[in-house]
Design a protein around this ligand. Structure first.
Ligand code: ZN
Length: 48
């Protein structure tokens, strides 16, 4: 399984670029990245 460098909006399935990245924080479960899409939806990804 390889790591995906891009992710997709949960609302409109648009690809989310680095410029959409709003927040990065670490938890015990890994790094969380919150992306805000142009459509207004916020998508959170988890990377260990
Ligand atoms: Zn969207």
């Amino acid at each position: 399984m390889f790591e995906e460098l891009t992710c997709t909006c949960g609302g409109c399935e648009r690809e989310l670029a680095e410029e959409s990245l709003r927040l990065v924080y670490r938890t015990a479960g890994g790094e969380r990245r919150a992306y805000e899409c142009a459509c207004g939806a916020v998508t959170v990804t988890v990377a260990a």
